[in-house]
Design a protein around this ligand. Structure first.
Ligand code: ADP
Ligand code: MG
Length: 597
């Protein structure tokens, strides 16, 4: 009996589905893209339980005729591609003909559709890969696709889903990405029957960006644009300066398709050069139109990655366009060698310094994350030396195991490297990490006040408005009440912004925006642990941010007060992250070291 067999069709479908339908957001993305390709002007997305129970996408596009409705569910059945040569001129979001059959393989799908102008439509169902014959149904005036019980027949995949909030973040992001590059379409998303957002049609992409992200100061963003014969770019980029946050989104759209791409990410970072602080990332929305024959979109099942035929020219064009714009705004890019670079008219063939294309990417959909941090990391990996890891401070036996005792005398002698306090405490020599010590102190105080429900709150004289990334906005809906319990009072301020009204009093003046970003980011990573653990983690973050920093010169009084507090309040001997606070040398130890004993 032969060992090699062709797999049954149903199994093929499941395997293909594995690549395309990773999570509810993938379904949303595929259905929304189909709706876009159908030429509608309104797309409604309804999800329940973050898409686990139900995903419903409806549009007012061209619809599918009765003779095609079943075919749409066959593998590699598409109306968007006829011949291989069409691959070089793809303008639609879809073309692989895989989405509907793949979704139908791992969920219960119902499609109702009708050609525009006809009152009669067709209904087709597919359950776990089995197609149910279509029948007549009233036309919804476009197409409606309902996906229920995703992964009901693939429990392994179901287990990999993250918390509802994480899955919802991905869904919101999928819709938002589609909305950004299709400004003439209205997008409406609701979750569990509640409207999440409604974005009416606007004039162009830039207006859409402001519609989605625009509750901050629009003057923070600079419009850019440029074109040569085969590539055109427009977009918004952030003004270099204070607001360049660590995890700003860098969104790239190529022929309206949202993509991740290290070439583009790197070109942007190079354009800003040292105008960005270390590890910072500008906020960037770039809409690029390129001759479809100059790019290969068929390298990734979800089409999130593409390959430029000539990535060096693209890199150079983007970097040049952005840098020129920044210079026009009066930002001199330090170390700029742009003066010697010819204008975009003579782009081809110009060498571009340190840039090289990364190794060919495999066509694996990447797990988790929104990709924008990913691509930056990737860009940096390819183009900068990888920093070596820090040497870990191994605690040793000189770290006391219990908490600190209350000493009789404390004499501070000074600092080493503006980081470690040197002190004589009851005739022992102590070395104290000022940041770790202060951090632990603040943390313990926060916890005590929280435990005893007497957390002192300091209202801000000027409430601080903070712009949030989509994940953060979703996170805040969930943890807003938790934040209030540890003294961070906020109120919504538009769809994507929030106002900080008060902070815990004992932390002193601190950067509320930074704190909030960090807490929301941390929360996302820890979303599944218990509430108390989340609160503790948040208090640790707050303490860390408010604490005296390393490399900060301290006066004698400050050092003395810190040490007195440290010893009086009997805090545990490590910082909340487990690093030691203190090393001490007792008198016998000193004697041994100097061979007196
Ligand atoms: P692809 O989008 O790659 O062509 P799909 O499996 O997503 O493949 O869809 C198969 C076909 O079904 C499409 O080519 C299109 O003709 C039709 N179709 C799917 N969704 C819609 C829709 N919302 N409106 C009109 N036609 C649709
Ligand atoms: Mg499609």
């Amino acid at each position: 009996m032969p060992k090699i067999q062709v797999l049954p069709e149903q199994l093929c479908l499941m395997i293909a589905a594995g690549e395309i339908v990773e999570r509810p957001a993938s379904v949303v993305k595929e259905l929304v893209e189909n709706a876009i390709d159908a030429g509608g002007t309104r797309i409604l997305i309804e999800v329940e339980e973050a898409g686990r129970r139900l995903i419903r996408v409806s549009d007012n596009g061209e619809g599918i005729g009765p003779e095609d409705a079943e075919t749409a569910f066959l593998r590699h059945a598409t109306s968007k591609l006829r011949a291989e040569s069409d691959l070089l001129s793809i303008r639609t979001m879809g073309f692989r003909g895989e989405a509907l059959p793949s979704i139908g393989a791992v969920a219960r799908v119902r499609l109702v559709t009708g050609l525009s102008g006809s009152p009669v439509g067709t209904e087709v169902r597919m359950n776990g890969g089995r197609l149910v014959t279509g029948r007549e149904a009233p036309s919804p005036g476009g197409t409606l696709v309902e996906v229920e019980e995703l992964f009901y027949n693939t429990p392994a995949r179901k287990k990999f889903l993250r918390s509802n909030s994480t899955e919802l973040v991905q869904i919101v992001r999928a819709v938002e990405l589609a909305a950004l590059s299709h400004p003439w379409i209205q997008f409406r998303l609701s979750h569990n029957g509640r409207l999440f957002f409604d974005r009416p049609a606007v004039r162009d992409e830039l207006e859409r960006v402001l519609q989605v992200y625009g509750h901050g100061d629009p003057s923070d963003l600079i419009e850019v644009g440029g074109a040569v014969d085969w590539i055109r770019l427009k977009g918004l980029i952030s003004r270099p300066g204070e607001r360049a946050a660590r995890r700003n989104p860098m969104e790239f759209f190529l022929n309206r398709r949202p993509i991740r791409n290290p070439t583009l990410a790197h070109a942007v970072l190079e354009a800003y050069g040292t105008l960005l602080g270390k590890g910072r990332q500008p906020r960037v929305f770039l809409f690029i139109e390129i001759d479809p024959s100059r790019v290969d979109v068929n390298v990734h099942p979800a089409k999130r990655e593409i390959r430029f035929r000539d990535s060096q020219s693209v890199h150079q064009f983007v970097r040049h366009t952005l840098r020129e714009r920044l210079q026009k705004e009066g930002f001199v890019v330090p170390g700029s060698f742009e003066e010697s670079v010819p204008g975009p008219r003579s782009l081809s063939g110009f060498p571009i310094g340190s840039y090289r294309e990364g190794p060919a990417r495999d066509a694996q959909p990447r797990k988790g994350g929104d990709g924008s941090a990913d691509q930056t990391r990737e860009a940096l990996e390819h183009y900068r030396p990888i920093e070596s890891g820090l040497r870990a401070d191994a605690p040793d036996d000189r770290i006391p195991s219990g908490s600190f005792d209350w000493p009789r005398t404390i004499e501070t002698l000074g600092q080493v490297d503006d980081t470690y306090i040197v002190a004589v405490v009851d005739s022992e020599l102590h070395l104290i990490d000022q940041h770790a010590a202060h951090e632990r102190l603040l943390y313990e105080r926060l916890r005590t006040q929280h435990r005893e429900a007497r957390l002192a709150v300091q209202p801000l004289l000027l409430p601080e408005v903070v712009d949030l990334a989509v994940g953060e906005a979703v996170g805040l809906r969930e943890i807003g009440p938790l934040l209030a319990r540890i003294g961070i009072e906020t109120e919504p301020f538009g769809e994507r912004s929030v106002r900080i009204l008060a902070l815990p009093g004992l932390l002193g003046a601190m950067d509320g925006a930074r704190l909030l970003h960090e807490l929301l980011e941390g929360y996302r990573e820890e979303a599944r642990i218990g509430e108390e653990a989340i609160l503790s983690g948040m208090m640790a973050s707050m303490a860390c941010q408010a604490a005296i920093k390393a490399h900060q010169a301290l006066g004698a009084e400050q050092m003395k007060r810190l040490l007195e507090d440290l010893y009086r309040e009997a805090v545990p001997p490590t910082c909340p992250h487990g690093r030691p606070i203190r090393f001490r040398f007792t008198r016998p130890e000193l004697e041994r070291l100097f061979l007196r004993r």
